[in-house]
Ligand binder design. Structure first.
Ligand SMILES: C[S@@+](CC[C@H](N)C(=O)[O-])C[C@H]1O[C@@H](n2cnc3c(N)ncnc32)[C@H](O)[C@@H]1O
Length: 238
């Protein structure tokens, strides 16, 4: 079996590679919203996980996942499962839970339905496609702390990946935190992410101004300015 697994393995794209780099080596992982199951297959084939669950809510993606798992000869390590979020995953089965490529609101709803995630040995690796601000606010409200966050450029788009643990004492409270998380502004990918968020805030401010809502327009304009100052001050520091 080992010899057959030497067959050439695909490379993960930079976004999934960053998610994979945050998974603890030698542990158990559940990839929720797995689709093609590339992440758990890659982790298994590289000997980085003891056991993985590749879960998806839809049968089509799950069948694709099962086919890929078989093709890459990791059926003994990667279990495919039809599951809405973590509904069909037991707490003892996974210490690291990855949710990548889904909307931030879907990710928040999945976390909300699984209170067992609030255990100190559990770690969440989250990569929202949308609504990252709402996800960060939800996590903070529930006592989940982002311990590490990094931006990555993949397919000409910048994404943020967060490593999260339940630790109400460490929940960040900076006013810009919901918009830019814990990104390190000295890194070019972070700068790109922060600048994109600044642009969104400025656009929102402009729209509100046209609609005549001046108090809200100036609130969003101040946030956009604060992000610009954050970028400028970190550029000056380097
Ligand atoms: C765009 S794909 C992301 C695939 C992969 N995780 C990645 O990042 O490349 C999103 C997948 O999430 C699945 N999904 C959406 N909502 C879900 C839920 N509540 N529970 C499990 N899977 C879900 C979809 O069926 C789809 O296959």
């Amino acid at each position: 079996m080992f010899a057959r697994r030497q067959k050439r393995l695909f490379q993960l794209d930079p976004r999934l590679r960053l998610c994979a780099s945050m998974v603890r080596s030698g542990g158990t992982v559940a990839d929720i919203g797995t689709d093609h199951a590339y992440l758990p297959i890659w982790l298994a084939r590289n000997g980085l996980v003891e056991k993985a669950i590749a879960a998806d809510i839809h049968l089509g993606p799950l069948q694709k996942a099962a086919m890929n798992v078989k093709r890459h000869l990791v059926q003994d390590l990667v279990d495919t499962r039809l599951s809405d979020g973590l509904d069909q995953v037991f707490a003892h089965e996974a210490d690291d839970i990855v949710m990548a490529g889904m909307g931030g609101e879907t990710i928040a709803a999945i976390i909300q339905k699984a209170p067992w995630l609030k255990q100190k040995e559990k770690q969440l690796i989250l990569q929202p496609m949308t609504c990252a601000k709402e996800l960060r606010e939800f996590l903070a409200g529930e006592g989940y702390a982002v311990c590490e966050e990094r931006a990555v450029l993949s397919d000409d788009r910048v994404y943020s990946v967060m490593r999260v643990e339940y630790d109400p004492q460490k929940v960040p409270s900076h006013p810009l935190y919901p918009y830019i998380g814990l990104l390190d502004p000295s890194l070019p990918e972070s700068q790109q992410y922060i600048d994109r968020e600044r642009g969104h805030l400025q656009k929102k401010a402009d729209g509100l101004k046209i609609a005549g809502n001046l108090p809200e327009a100036s609130r969003f304009a101040r946030l956009a300015d604060a992000l610009q100052e954050f970028l400028d001050s970190s550029a000056a520091a380097f």
